[in-house]
Design a protein around this ligand. Structure first.
Ligand code: NAI
Length: 385
């Protein structure tokens, strides 16, 4: 089958996440980068798109022009990635889904729970894919953790401990820098800063790996830098619907920590530990045994891990390849639909709009609980209560 056609909104020159998407989408030769509205400045977006190889008539000035242009083409794009700032996700994702496009939206999917529920309903009604880029769930060993939990290696899950704590906004002297300040300004960031930006990655990963969803939570939120209106640190206790207890720490003032996404899962029969900065090793401690190192790419791993591992054991794979795994899942889903067949179940793991709205509900629950001295709060969106 011919390559699928891929378009991108946002991710312009100098953006943080644009290059990782282009690397990820391009890696396996499954997608051709065909159309883009890459920048909030139309001329810069058009010029950059063409420098990246887009045809002049498909390097668009804005997302509305791209929607109008692509909608009418026989060779329209198969998938569009929305990698613009958060407040624009809802409007763009909604418009493309309604026009019949499959969408991969950056996180957070929306700014409110209501918008999130609307996106879920539109995706269901149109039958289009609305994926959300919890890209770290694409790592091979994260998928292996999930498979180990699902096949019962750990027994009943007692505890899950997730962290996403970095130190990149720890400089009080830099807190007024406009590039940092907006993140802690409710008018621009919404009800939460650090939890909405990073905490939701950790929460998604915990849910993804243990196969349980957050039911209620209690949050201690603080602004360690006092001038900030929104939290730069949060400790969140969780109860999951399958009985697991969750502990989640997220911070942007943890000096010395770089990316800081880690996951530990403790069951009755064993424990697992994984860290995003060393993603090629997974530590497994079976009850009564010794800690073992599971290497990405070794023989005998799960089909989900084999499918998402590319270079041989001992050679590092990193974040753009995790994103590539999300794109490979989406390519398989789109191809299966075109070919009228079932998709490979090992690929049916990409995060969805349902995950996006669950995150938004958790964001609002953390904000509410934080204001109420940690009162236990329902973490579910109304549609899943
Ligand atoms: P950024 O500020 O570095 O780049 C944003 C890009 O979008 C710029 O090129 C800008 O010109 C363009 N843009 C803004 N408005 C636009 C519009 N209306 N139409 C077209 N282009 C527009 O932002 P960054 O850090 O790349 O974040 C983008 C999104 O990706 C955010 O939602 C963020 O939360 C998410 N993100 C996700 C990560 C992940 O691990 N999944 C990691 C980093 C960011």
């Amino acid at each position: 089958m011919a390559k699928l056609r891929w378009g991108m909104i946002g991710g312009g020159e100098g953006s943080q996440i644009g290059p990782a998407h282009r690397l990820g989408a391009g890696l396996d030769g499954l997608f051709d980068f065909t159309a883009g509205a890459l920048d909030h400045r139309p001329a810069e977006g058009r010029a950059y798109g063409q420098r990246l190889g887009l045809a002049a008539d498909r390097a668009y000035g804005d997302w509305q022009e791209m929607l109008a242009g692509e909608k009418g083409r026989d060779d329209r794009i198969d998938l569009v990635t929305v990698a613009t700032p958060n407040a624009t996700h809802f409007e763009i994702t909604k418009a493309y889904l309604e026009a019949g496009f499959h969408v991969l939206c950056e996180k957070p999917m929306t700014m409110t729970v209501e918008e999130g529920e609307e996106i879920v309903k539109i995706a269901r009604a149109t039958g289009r894919i609305c994926a959300v880029n919890y890209g770290y769930s694409g790592y091979s060993l994260v998928r292996h953790m999930r498979a180990m939990v699902a096949r019962g290696d750990l027994g009943r899950i007692r505890l899950v401990k997730a962290e996403f704590a970095h130190g990149h906004h720890a400089d009080a002297g830099d807190a007024d820098n406009p590039r940092v300040r907006w993140r802690y300004d409710p008018a621009q960031a919404g009800v939460s800063a650090q939890f909405a930006d990073c905490g939701i990655h950790a929460l998604h990963m915990a849910s993804f790996v243990i196969g349980q969803e957050a039911e209620r939570l209690s949050a201690d939120t603080v602004s360690c830098i006092e001038s900030r209106e929104l939290e730069d640190d949060a400790m969140v206790n969780l109860r999951f619907d399958g009985g697991a207890v969750g502990r989640l720490w997220t911070s942007s003032v943890a000096l010395g920590r770089q990316h800081g996404l880690t996951l530990q899962v403790f069951g009755e029969k064993g424990g697992l530990r994984w860290a995003q900065e060393q993603p090629n090793q997974l530590y497994w401690m079976p009850l009564g045994g010794r800690v073992e190192t599971i290497e990405r790419g070794e023989a005998g791993l799960s089909p989900e891990a084999d499918r998402t591992s590319r270079v041989t054991i001992g050679h590092a794979e990193g974040m753009p390849l995790a994103f590539a795994n999300i794109y490979a899942d989406l390519a398989e889903a789109i191809r299966a639909e075109k070919e009228g067949r079932e998709m490979d179940p090992a690929a049916n793991l990409y995060p969805r709009a349902e995950d996006g709205v669950r995150s938004m509900a958790a964001v609002f629950a953390v904000a509410e609980s934080g204001k109420a001295e940690g009162a236990w709060t329902d973490a579910r969106p109304p549609m899943f209560r």
